[in-house]
Write a protein that binds this ligand. Sequence first.
Ligand SMILES: [Zn+2]
Length: 384
Amino acid sequence: MANQFSKITFLSLFGMAIVLSQPYPVLGAILTDVRFWSAPDHTRIVLDLNEPIQYEGSSLESPPQFHLELKGVSLYFSKREIEVKDPFLNKISLVELGKDRVNLILHQKKPLNVNIFTLKPYQDKLHRLVIDLVDVVQEKKEREERQKQKEIKSKGTMIVVIDPGHGGEDPGAVGLQKTMEKDIVLKVGEKLLHLLSQNKEIQAFLTRRGDYFIPLEERIKIGREYGADLFISLHTDGSFNPQARGSSVYCLSLSGATDEAAKILADKENMSNILGGAFLRPAAFAKDPNLNQILLDLMQNNSMKESFRFAETILEDIKTFNSLKSPTYRQANFIVLKAPDIPSVLVEMAFITNREDERLLNRNDFQEKMAKTLHLSIKKFFKP
Ligand SMILES: [Zn+2]
């Protein structure tokens, strides 16, 4: 295979075009960035590449390291050591092994499981190579902690699981001022958690507590592990139409989306899995074989009725301080609302793609107001 070819270069010198012919190496793939996100049970490292590459990984026991040889790739930046503040990782280093081979070294704090997968370009994202370093002991501990909450729950206590959408590699919708949906929904989620925790009869939990990605099915699973009596997923809307604004509330649709706009939105929110990469977390897809279909349908019917009641309450309360995109709740096929046994709603707080709504979403008083309103709706839902 020819590695060299003659590159014709045009130089303009004193107004004259000079044609130079020179040997020039064929450019392979380019690594443009290395990013990482810390979750309580894993750390995700994402490599941005302009095209797919070959790679080969190997683990070292002492010191615990993971080496990933990247083939046919050159670096686009000068940094060779990336110090990281992370529970599982000390630093990331890059060693050039030749003109088109790079060794990526992950300096771990302890032995970890490694999952590697690729993500195709999507919107402004390039090809991505994703490396998840998973602490299986911590993963199990987190799961057990959640299940324990269900067991120790006292009679009369209601459990609310708040799900701030997106996170990590998946920013959600992005505003004109570059405000990211994932950041706003986490802030409102934390405020709502704080308010709910002040009620003796309510216990509240977040599906994610930081800037990291959780697959949609895993979010439902987290809700069920906590034994949620109510699940509320927080989002900000996005539209190509910059005039679109206001709040909306969604419930699951079993028979497909109620209108085309809802379908497009459902595709966008469900796209989260493709963007954030849900592929190598098979536990999230495990189905419970013991669930009887008839029982499931009954449960689902009841959950949906309760979800509609909750959605109507939220809309009544939100309209006292913000405009509504739609006066009634809408239905769409959102994966995150599919727990058959938990009333679940998805709140699109406002349009991050509208200049005025984006300004509001960034304001602390608007976030507070939204959290207080949802808090009120939740209390009404439990005490109709
Ligand atoms: Zn969203």
